[in-house]
Design a protein around this ligand. Structure first.
Ligand code: SF4
Length: 165
């Protein structure tokens, strides 16, 4: 909702790099954590302009040097914008469901990502995260998963299950 006006005012990384923090904060104030986000936006615009010729880089190694972008965001940008699968997006939903389905056992997102990269074929990595995030929002929700409507119920042995067939 905030990006149309943000991009109208600052249409290129070079233009955005010149924006002041108060200008950016005003444009994204409704999103929450807007002060930190404004710093990241300004830092990302500067880095993209100075280090990458004004273009968003297309490798994980480069993307994680951009302020505000760690591995999860870098994987989202690579997968969604460029169709490149260098890793698997592990957000809160992917982390929870991968463990519920015994696809991973680790207790940190980076380790869960490494486990998933070993068991999920690489040509499924981009879709896999979207599918788990959708499943996590609609069915396998954090507090009380809707196991009676879950297509994966017979494959799932999670202690969090609320229903067994
Ligand atoms: S059976 Fe329940 S806990 Fe297991 S994946 Fe489905 S919704 Fe999640």
């Amino acid at each position: 909702m905030v990006t149309p006006e943000l991009f109208r005012r600052f249409p290129t990384p070079a233009a955005m790099a010149k924006a002041t923090l108060p200008q950016l904060e005003d444009l994204i104030r409704t999103t929450g954590f807007f002060r930190n986000k404004a710093k990241s936006i300004q830092g990302a615009a500067k880095k993209t302009t100075t280090a990458f010729g004004g273009k968003v880089p297309q490798t994980l190694a480069e993307l994680i040097t951009v302020p505000g972008a760690a591995r999860k965001t870098a994987n989202v940008v690579l997968g969604v914008s460029f169709g490149k699968a260098e890793g698997i997006v592990v957000d809160t939903h992917v982390f929870r469901i991968a463990r519920r389905l015994s696809l991973a056992k680790s207790d940190t997102a980076p380790k869960v990502e490494q486990e998933l990269m070993r068991v999920i074929p690489q040509d499924r990595w981009i879709a896999f995260s979207h599918q788990l995030i959708h499943h996590g929002r609609q069915v396998c929700i954090a507090r009380k998963p809707k196991c009676d409507r879950c297509n994966l119920e017979q494959l799932c042995h999670s202690k969090d299950k609320t229903w067994h067939s």
